[in-house]
Write a new protein. Sequence first.
Length: 234
Amino acid sequence: MPRQVLLENWGLIDYKQAWDRQEQLFKAKTELKLSNRMNELQVPVQNHFILCEHPHVYTLGKSGKPEHLLLSEARLSEVGATYYAINRGGDITYHGPGQVVGYPIFDLEQFFTDIHRYLRTLEEAIILTLAEYNLKGERYEGYTGVWLDAADDSKARKICAMGVRCSRWVTMHGFAFNVNTDLNYFNHIVPCGIDDKQVTSMQKELGYEVNMAELQERLLNNLAHQFDVQWLKQ
């Protein structure tokens, strides 16, 4: 029987506000799991999946280099963006309107205790969604995320970035899928610390603005199938 996951759509939300809300959920899950273990209980841990968009923001992961942000604090204000060093894996990336951001807060002990498989499963859902728009998403050896033309180093370009945190097999953070994203904002960073590859979006590849509601529905269907879950909507 499919696992039930609470689906939350936070809409366009300030990055710090979303991060704080994620942290609250994450802390509650990890503390419940610890309590279950210490007290020999089996109180169920509710899984969540959050969809949202953010105003223009750059985030730097734990393994990232601050110099990969190519803007001064003053220039950040000029382009209307904010910046946070955060506790996910990976380097620097951009979030902004027209991007589908997904934050699974999953207890992987209910799924599979393999973080690499978890990332590959997220990637597969993105790849299947792109295929519904006749775009061939692929994995690029040595890198996380979803790419186009991954077999050709001179053409490979990233369409979906990923960075996660996991503790006691509870996940947070997730993926950023460029749909109708303003790609000019990527010019102000070294995206994911990769200085010789381009970033792209569905809109750029298809030549038209993608219907976000339709895209989200297709993506959620693919995620539900890949993780064998049933969405519970708030």
